[in-house]
Design a protein around this ligand. Sequence first.
Ligand code: KOT
Length: 829
Amino acid sequence: ELGDRKPKVEKMFGLMDEFLKNDSISLQKDILDHVEFTVARSRFSFDDFEAYQALAHSVRDRLIERWHDTHQYFKKKDPKRIYFLSLEFLMGRSLTNSVTNLGIQDQYADALTQLGFEFEVLAEQEGDAALGNGGLARFAACQMDSLATLDYPAWGYGLRYQYGLFRQIIVDGFQHEQPDFWLNFGNPWEIERVHVSYPVKFYGTVEEEVLNGKKCKIWIPGESVEAVAYDNPIPGYGTRNAINLRLWAAKPSDQYDMESYTTGDYINAIVNRQKAETISNVLYPDDRSYQGKELRLKQQYFFVSASLQDIMRRFKDLHRSFDEFPEKVALQINDTHPSISIAEVMRVLVDEEHLDWSKAWDIACRIFSVTIHAVQPEGLEKIPVDLLGSVLPRHLEIIYEINYRLMEELKKSFGQDYDKLSRMSIIEEGAVKSIRMANLSLACCHTVNGVSRVHLETLKTRVFKDFYALWPQKFQCKTNGVTQRRWIVVSNPSLCSIISKWLGTEAWIRNVDLIAGLREYAKDPDLHTEWKNMKRVNKMRLAEYIETLTSVKVSLDAMFDVQIKRIHEYKRQLLNMLGIIHRYDCIKNMDESDKRRVVPRVCIIGGKAAPGYEVAKKIIKLCHAVADKVNNDPDVGDLLKVVFIPDYNVSVAELVIPGSDLSQHLSTAGHEASGTGCMKFLMNGCLLLATADGSAVEIAEEIGAENMFLFGAKVDEVPALREKGTTLKGSLQFARVVRMVRDGYFGFKDYFKSLCDTVEDGGDFYLLGYDFASYLEAQAAADRAFVDQEKWTQMSILSTAGSGKFSSDRTIEEYAQQSWGIEPCKCPF
Ligand code: KOT
């Protein structure tokens, strides 16, 4: 409230420069000012971390400037906006990405050199923002970068966890989890918005009321928690647009447990209040198993309710009638985790805005679309009815009503086919009666997106077969992509310069289709020289990192063979390990002249296992057990090294990917929805050894199957192979390597027994035995190709040249046009 006081706007403008200046001197001054006044250290005495903090704050100022302008412009133009709701965002570090996208990286590098610092060294001071588990969350981060770069009026919404994904430490070869308290030293990239906050309610009862002669329901909640906004500006590249990622933190509400105060229990009342904060405390680390936990449901509703209040407030600022809502708002839900938002929109429109049910449902159906990342029906989220009824009683009623109407509609198409009706029902009967969040999403969303062509096919023909028969037009393919800004420009600057030099332009950074222009030079000896140098320097950096972490020295002449991703049985890190054991066994049985023909390898594996996932943890231990034996065997020397990189995260990926020669993507066909790691390797000119699964199928189409090493059973062969079950025996070679593990060749005999059982004794659900022979052939083909370095380099160039389709810019354009109906809104100044 300013009362009578009038701000002297003109005077204020006069005092401020139009924009912050980006010349070297101004940047140096700004950094020093932040050292002194933000970090509160003397400018004559500060360390690298403090220098990083000051640097980050000066970058943040520049981000905020553009972000203000963008939002003012969006407000003025009022275009249809896309709201991207995701429970997870895996942003990684922000510094280098921000200065790159702002286009002031050289100026900053220069300013720091003048001050006696090195940009890269300071950038290393930053910790990762790891508010997500894996593919789904990194996909959300890449989407934000593309949305900003392509000038779309977009907002991201999520949760500001105090603890991100656990840190993995390895003790005696076993994974241990430690909390990631990433906010310990402050987070310069976020802006706390204490005044942007909304109450979010839980529990309580539902009562009936008569309003204007009409019966209606009101929810009398039992608990209220405050959601406070933390804004994270996301700058686009080559544009002044910067969009917002708004993350919610839980704070006690003033109304929280008022009773305890009035009964005089002051201390306990305060202690109880603090409990509210637990909602946004910690990220769930199991990425695809649902345990029906109350806290998880509260997290989902908490961020959904706050986001929708924010979205509706923004809409109501400019519009009177919800009739216009679908023209101004598109809501994208990242998997079914935010799908309680469908019931919440219905509750607000019907109970609070007093719209008719059918009108409200029509609006909901026009605004929502969903991306499914799961492949198996078992991967679909279910919430026990009792739990939902207790935490969100009104929402449960609404879901029942949605289901009742859905069933009535289905009966019109399918008559009394009760089997089908029960499969399609949102309510699952059974020992634990549950809500099928995917069916709720399918009933409402106008578009259901699969993340690769193979995946969409699985959704249509298996997972959602019945829904596909009814609503084929809802199902769309939006093959994933990754942002070339982070995965080439930021993480592999030498490759970036080579590409720009040979294409004669930097335009590919915004228009990645141009990268195909490299094909023309795939055989050019000069390009080959530059390409090989780039790879060697990146390998050197990776080798140093490996030595620092694991004390293993590796040869730069060896093929760097990498598998980095979450540890899962279906991703078959075990197949990789068994392949390594086979290689080791072969070397052990060779004479010296045979050994001279062996292509030396450094096998690098990295990834986290969910804390309760025993089999995955055993695979990690096996990596270490094998590494111990192999790396210390004088018969082997540089011919084979095995390295497990601990605590795999986004910044580790940025270091490892540019230094890899070969990358492995071994999922049993039909199990990887898409895979996005493979796209990052592809962009960086690493050759792919992969099954014909997820996006690898499309990669083969783009670069030619002859430029990668494909192996294994095909998607449509897998079910029949499984049928054969116990009669299906792996090769003798397979039996031999499994036996080595069983017999304790690498120690820990009893511990590994159950791991061996998963691929033998009639088990082998993921068909490691069946695929083993073909896997070894693909590995042999990779060895042969590596010997011919000219050929290898050519394949590498063709991989980068063919990676254009896998930019998230393409993915976002498809979403914008086919699902959201939005247009770019470019800030003109
Ligand atoms: C999460 C919950 C249930 C089922 C699956 C998931 C899931 C899937 N989490 N991450 N994913 C991955 O998402 C990526 C982005 O779409 C895909 O590339 C990858 O194949 C999925 O495994």
